[in-house]
Write a new protein. Structure first.
Length: 327
């Protein structure tokens, strides 16, 4: 056969096989092309890390007074499922990768806030002293609580009946569920006691800025206002057998005297002498004298004596509630 015919005949005879081979090759190529992008896309959106839709939330600390606060937290996450593409014919089937979401979580901390006791200083007994009369004879207790022991009662009048009983107020405390209590100095034997009363048992608060210091060794009285000396005077104090008791006291009454023994004017204090049988309970007074030659000295049963001219000048300088420090 002529060479050209052989070639021509072979081409015609093998044409179906060649077409099948070409078709198979095309399927393989198309399958590979389709599979690669799908797999990449699935891998990108279906990774095991947190997905774009994953989220978490939590509650923060909460503090409230007086009710306790609380906090809580929860979270949720969603994964993305990849999808594959199935090739046609005898091609390769693509597969997607399933993503997993991350679930967020949070926890809140509950904190209970207890209202605190609030304390306020009312007196330093030098430049600022707060005092008050009693509204009624309420109980004076050892602690700022109705459950603590009562050891005395507020007095309305002074023991000698010449005035109202004043109380020096040291501080006050606000206690939740109990209200406000006031720490007071308590007159009477033994000297130097303090206690607690409810604020409603006291009348209006008053303030003075004066202070008296009596130096027994030097037989001298010094009056201060706002911490500065405004008056000095010699005094007579208790004799060795009946000394003027030392400590922190205050002026609780003031009156004009009609007895020459006490001079023209007198102040009642909360210092109690060693003579309990003395009229009025043995309260130490600050007064004039009809025996000026004994001042300065130690002639008294505990009272503090001044020259009449000095006690007259102090009449307008000393107020009720003025603290006295007997040294």
């Amino acid at each position: 056969m002529p060479q050209g015919n052989l070639g021509s005949s072979t081409n015609r005879k093998d044409a179906p096989g060649i077409r099948r081979a070409r078709l198979l090759l095309e399927v393989l190529v198309v399958g590979a092309v389709l599979t690669l992008p799908v797999t990449a896309a699935s891998a990108a959106t279906g990774s095991r890390g947190p997905s774009a839709a994953a989220q978490s939330s939590g509650g923060g600390n909460t503090t409230g007074c007086p009710a306790p606060g609380s906090g809580g937290g929860s979270g949720s996450g969603t994964g993305t499922t990849g999808t594959g593409t199935t090739g046609s014919g005898t091609g390769t089937t693509g597969t997607g990768t399933t993503g997993t979401g991350t679930t967020g979580s949070g926890s809140g901390t509950t904190t209970t806030c207890t209202p605190k006791i609030r304390t306020k200083v009312l007196s330093n007994e030098t430049t600022h002293t707060t005092w008050a009369f009693a509204n009624y004879p309420g109980k004076i207790r050892t602690q700022p609580s109705k459950h603590s022991r009562a050891f005395a009662k507020l007095l309305i009048g002074t023991p000698d009946g010449l005035g109202l009983q004043a109380y020096v107020l040291l501080s006050e405390e606000f206690i939740p569920q109990q209200g406000t209590w006031v720490h007071v100095r308590v007159p009477g034997r033994p000297n130097g006691r303090t206690g607690w009363v409810q604020i409603g048992e006291l009348a209006q608060f008053n303030v003075v800025h004066t202070e008296l210091i009596v130096n027994r060794a030097q037989r001298k009285l010094t009056l201060y206002r706002w911490g500065k000396v405004i008056y000095r005077a010699p005094v007579g104090v208790g004799k060795p057998s009946t000394p003027t008791p030392p400590g922190h006291f205050w002026i609780t009454e003031a009156f004009v005297s009609t007895d020459p023994f006490y001079g023209p004017y007198a102040f009642g204090t909360t210092d109690y002498s060693t003579l309990s049988e003395w009229p009025g309970g043995g309260v130490v007074g600050l007064h004039g004298t009809n025996e000026p030659q004994l001042v300065p000295g130690d002639p008294s049963h505990g009272c503090i004596r001044l020259h009449n001219s000095d006690i007259s000048k102090l009449e307008n300088k000393i107020q009720i509630g003025t603290p006295i420090w007997v040294q």
